[in-house]
Each structure stands twice: as C-alpha cells, then as structure tokens.
Design a protein around this ligand. Structure first.
Ligand SMILES: [Zn+2]
Length: 331
C-alpha cells in the first residue's frame, strides 16, 4: 500500500505559509509534489484558487503567482489557499491532458487513491483542499486555437440558490463576459464535485490565443475584484478596460448556439469576438482543400446573436466546433 496523499505543512498556521501537496507514487509515475500557498488571517471567507488544471492554459499559473506576491500584504481576513499548477505533468508538456495516462484532470474528479496519476491528483485535491474552503476559483483559458474574451463561465446548476450565488460571484469579477454555458460533458468536472458539496465554484476562462501582458492584467484585475467582493481584501472593484470599453455583459450559450463545421477544410473567420450579428450574416467561410474549383462554404448566423468565441483560422474536421454564439441572459 502506498502512502496517503498529504500536505507537508499545517493549513491552519496563522499568516502566510507554503509547502507542498504530496500526490503518492503509483505504478505509472513517482510521487508528485505540488507547491501550495496558504494565507490564513482568521475569520472570514475561505477560498481555494487553482491554475494549471489543463496544462496548455498558462494564464492561470501566472496570475496565481501574481496573487501569491500580492496577497500577504493585501489580505485582511479569511483564508486563501493557492495551487498554481494542479497538473504539473500536463503543464510541463503543454498538453490539455496528462501525458502519462492521457486523462483530462477536469473529468476525473473526485479521483481515486489507487487510480492513475491524474486520478491520484484529483483524489488528493478532493480530500485535502476542497473540504477546507467554501469557494473555488479554477483558472482556465478557453484554448490556444480560439479567439475568446476574458470571461467567467458557469454551467447551469440544478440548485437554484447555488446558481444565483454562483452567478453573483461570477459577475463580481467584472470581466468583459460572464457566460452561462449549457454544457453536456460535465461528469468528473471539478465544478460538479464542488457544486455537489454546496460550494460556489467559479471557472475563469482567460481568453484564448497566446499569453500576453495586456490580457494578464485584465485577468489579475478580475480576480482582485472577486477577492474584494468576498471581503478578503479592501479597495474598490473596477471594470478592466477591454476593447476600449469598461463594462461587462452576462450572456448565455445554449448547446444549439455552438456552430460546427459542415465539412473538413480550412476555416476562415469573418467575424470577431463580441460582434453582434443578425440572422443570415456571414460569420465564416470553409475552404475545401480537395480542389480549387470546389466552392467554399459560407457559414451564416442562424439567428441574431453575439459572437462569443471564434475558432482561429485553421484546418478543421467535419463537425468540429467553429463558433460559439450567445445572447443576453434573461433569468
Ligand atoms: Zn481548461
């Protein structure tokens, strides 16, 4: 029997402390040692911030490190625990899934003590960190092959009270978009586990494309705004400037708002994120690579919508997702 997952330090220590979360070794790899930061300032909200759940989304680990520098001075009460990289193996490989076992960490929660390495990470986090907090911010990015605004995403939650609390928390980030996303692929998500325990779980989706200084500043401001809303730090929240605007909008994407490629070929976007489109507007073109005489296929908006996410110009297979449309959320 291998050792149990454990922390190398006591999370209840007053003030700032750092150490590691030890994920035991298994048949597939050696033990992992995930750096953990804790700032414990007594009574107040308790929050877990995680990055690097997916290894090719590095805005989260970077913003998490900025918070670790800033929080010891700024935090006035409560408890904040930060794990910048939940899946160090995937981060090192810059892959969404863990290279050792091919698993997506965000689909194996609550994990298994005797499972493969990805399941052992989920098990350690579920047992040792999640029970210590009321709220979780999991810092993701949409994907390097998408154009996507800085956003906070939540999926529909059956518990109406938790849904309302989660949306309120999501809007407190004051990011350009708060998105309620109807999403079917939810078993094993960190969100789903936290929701089942009545916790507020926020999934920040820090844009797509490359990691740039301007976007990182927006993300950092968003997390700071949320910390102010939780009462963990002082100060006034502000909308970060994005596309020359200081405002945010709350949108909804249904499963039917996700447009898929009608065939394989090179996708050419003809719209930009946050464009407003009317029914019939051209939003992209698909170019067949089989023949230059083959007609390109126009992809048009099926209804008046806001463009939430656009696939970068690249080769796509038939039925791959290419555009996410959205509409203002009316609850
Ligand atoms: Zn992700």
């Amino acid at each position: 029997m291998s050792e149990a997952p454990h922390l190398t330090f006591d999370l209840d220590t007053a003030g700032v402390s750092t150490g590691h979360l030890i994920v035991p070794k298994g048949a597939d790899c050696e033990a992992l040692s995930l750096p953990v930061f804790s700032c414990n300032k007594g009574e107040g909200q308790s929050l877990l911030i995680t990055g690097g759940n997916h290894g090719n989304e590095l805005e989260g680990p970077i913003v998490a490190r900025r918070l670790i520098e800033w929080l010891p001075e700024a935090q006035t009460c409560g408890r904040v625990i930060i794990v910048p990289e939940l899946n160090p193996l995937a981060v090192q490989a810059w892959t969404r899934n863990t290279p050792v076992d091919g698993k997506n960490l965000n689909r194996v929660f609550p994990g298994r003590a005797d499972g493969s390495v990805t399941e052992r990470i989920a098990n350690a986090v579920s047992r040792l960190l999640l029970p210590r907090v009321e709220t979780v911010f999991d810092l993701h990015s949409f994907s390097p092959t998408w154009d996507f605004p800085p956003a906070v995403i939540t999926h529909p939650i059956a518990d109406a009270d938790l849904m309302a609390k989660t949306l309120k928390m999501a809007e407190a980030f004051k990011l350009p978009v708060t998105l309620l996303w109807e999403y079917d692929d939810t078993p094993g998500m960190f969100d789903t586990l936290a929701h089942s325990q009545g916790k507020v779980f926020i999934c920040a989706e820090f844009g797509g494309g490359t990691v740039g200084a301007e976007a990182l500043a927006i993300y950092e401001a968003g997390v700071r705004n949320a910390l102010i809303a939780l009462g963990l730090v002082g100060g006034e929240a502000e909308y970060p400037t994005f596309q020359q605007q200081k405002s945010g909008q709350t949108l909804e994407t249904l499963s039917s708002d996700i447009l898929r490629s009608p065939a394989r070929g090179i996708f050419e976007p003809r719209c930009s994120m946050l464009d407003e489109v009317k029914q019939g507007d051209l939003i992209g073109v698909l170019h067949s690579m089989e023949s230059l005489s083959a007609n390109s296929i126009a992809i048009c908006a099926p209804a008046t919508s806001i463009v939430c996410a656009v696939r970068s110009g690249l080769h796509v297979e038939a039925d791959e997702e290419i555009v996410y449309l959205a509409r203002p959320l009316n609850l």
